[in-house]
Unconditional design. Structure first.
Length: 322
């Protein structure tokens, strides 16, 4: 069978998945249809429906689309089966029931943004950076019952620089992942896949999870070392964004998202969270072994800005952070 005759169903939702779908379409592979999330209500009154990034691309390519509310819905299962896929590919989608992932004769494989078996879960890019990893990557693996545990097909690594944030690593892995998806499809076509159980790839290492991130997860705790806080902030930048609560001289509190910082290792006797500022360009927050120098931030209800612009409007305002 050649790639024009291999019927592929693609499943995904965000921008990260679009690059893989585009690689398949532009590579001449036969995409029989696309499954993505239902349109999402947005706007002040939730009255506007916004299509997912994958749906927008699929529409531009005149690809058939299914948007099930529930993946076990018999009507959806019937519609999916009618596409008669040989292979299903999942990139940044939902957990599939067995009735879906076990449907194609060649199976269903997933692209995951980590070096499995490490960082199974919803936010692998964020947690790898938060934990100070020096490398990460992408993995393709066949789906099975337990999430992110199937047999590994291929893995590709990239380094994480000390200055990289989650957005930059996301974009690199998006491009690398698209190439790995195509490589995986070609290997399946050539019957050259020799999947490896994840249990054979742990090398005795403790497995680190990558659970979903919530607002409370993103709160900065200043009573930690500089390196820990620095990695935490860049691991959540630019989205969803690490935040802290500031107290004004009037006793009011407001939230501040922090996107870019520098590390200053320096002995001091100040309590963690103490602010040191010249009121013009320098805005440092104390940690246990130094200071975090804030460079780029966003006050609640305002635009993201450089720290100098923030300080111009915040003189004599800030006393401390929590």
């Amino acid at each position: 069978m050649n790639k024009q005759n291999l019927r592929i169903v693609f499943m995904g939702t965000p921008e990260f998945a679009v690059e893989s779908l585009r690689a398949l379409v532009e590579g001449g592979y036969s995409v029989a249809g696309v499954v993505t999330m239902p349109d999402k209500p947005v706007g002040k009154h939730q009255s506007i429906l916004q299509a997912s990034a994958v749906k927008q691309y699929a529409l531009s390519q005149n690809l058939p689309i299914l948007q099930p509310e529930k993946l076990k819905d018999p009507e959806f299962i019937e519609q999916l089966r009618a596409w008669n896929a040989d292979l299903q590919i999942v990139v940044a989608f939902r957990m599939l029931p067995e009735a879906v992932w076990n449907m194609p004769r060649l199976g269903t494989f997933n692209l995951h943004a980590s070096l499995l078996p490490q960082y199974r879960g919803a936010a692998p890019i964020n947690w790898a950076i938060i934990n100070g990893e020096k490398e990460t990557g992408v993995t393709t693996f066949f789906l099975t019952h337990e999430i992110d545990t199937g047999q590994i097909i291929f893995r590709e690594k990239i380094p994480i620089a000390d200055t990289d944030n989650a957005g930059e690593i996301h974009d690199r892995l998006m491009q690398l992942g698209a190439r790995l998806v195509v490589q995986t499809v070609d290997a399946i076509l050539e019957d050259a896949v020799r999947p490896i159980p994840q249990s054979e790839m742990t090398n005795g290492e403790e497995l680190k999870p990558a659970p979903k991130i919530f607002k409370e997860t993103c709160c900065i705790r200043w009573n930690q070392p500089v390196e820990t806080i620095y990695n935490f902030i860049r691991g959540l930048a630019p989205f969803p964004g690490a935040w802290t609560e500031l107290t004004s001289s009037q006793g009011n509190t407001f939230n501040l998202k922090i996107f870019e910082t520098e590390k200053i290792i320096e002995s001091h006797d100040l309590p963690p969270g103490t602010i040191r500022s010249d009121g013009k360009k320098l805005f440092d927050v104390g940690a246990t072994d130094g200071f975090i120098r804030i460079k780029n931030l966003q006050q609640a209800g305002k635009k993201r800005m450089e720290v100098g612009d923030f300080l111009l409007g915040a003189r004599n305002l800030i006393l401390n952070v929590k």
